[in-house]
Design a binder for this molecule. Structure first.
Ligand code: GTP
Ligand code: MG
Length: 183
């Protein structure tokens, strides 16, 4: 296979934002998952990484890597992000101070921001308890010197995640291999 069409995309952002769910929604095969019950037992959390794969119509493959969102796994983030050409940054609309949280991830993933094409996806919009504005998020990242479009998605919906992935592929200039097959 043409190396150029073997695309690594990394999914980063805070715990519970929907990274593992998005990879599960996209992956053609059941993804490799390392989810375990979180300390409060109320939910699952990733402790190593997620990995899924998606074939593209043009014959290429997108490899989908998810990081564990918890800060205690920060040491592993560069290992998982290494070699990625694109990144989806997740932002949880339920967070009371989402921009503050985002700043932490922008800092931790500064290398990824520099070396990849990035998209900011806002999740849990159906459960948002605070007012938020995607325009404000977009201005915030722009003010920090990053080119990162902002969209809202529900990671449980394959169609939404496909839209995000296709946008990222378009930004990467790989539209001819776009992930256009329907949910
Ligand atoms: N209602 C709603 N639930 C969502 C949304 N996105 C994700 N979820 C749910 O949120 C929970 C956590 O999602 P995960 O995909 O495990 O979150 P994660 O980002 O991988 O979290 P970590 O592995 O801890 O970093 C799951 O039960 C998802 O179904 C959303 O937009 N709306
Ligand atoms: Mg996860």
């Amino acid at each position: 296979m043409n190396e150029d069409r073997d695309l690594k995309i990394v999914f980063v952002g805070p715990p519970d934002a929907g990274k593992s769910t998005a990879i599960k929604s996209l992956s053609d095969l059941p993804p490799v998952s390392t989810d375990v019950p979180a300390s409060d037992e109320s939910r699952l959390t990733t402790v190593a990484m997620d990995f899924g794969e998606m074939m593209l119509e043009g014959g290429g493959v997108v490899r989908l890597y998810g990081v564990p969102g918890q800060g205690r796994f920060e040491f592993i983030w560069p290992m998982i992000s290494d070699g990625a050409i694109g990144a989806l940054f997740f932002l949880d609309a339920r967070h009371p101070a989402p921009l503050q949280e985002l700043d932490g991830y922008l800092e931790s993933f500064a290398d990824t921001l520099r070396s990849t094409t990035c998209l900011l996806v806002v999740t849990h919009i159906d459960q948002a308890t605070h007012e938020y504005s995607t325009q404000r998020f977009a201005k915030h990242v722009r003010d920090r010197g990053h080119l990162m479009p902002v969209i809202e998605i529900d990671p449980r919906q394959r169609r939404d995640v496909l839209y995000a992935l296709n946008l990222l592929l378009e930004m990467l200039g790989t539209t001819e291999t776009g992930a256009s097959h329907a949910a």
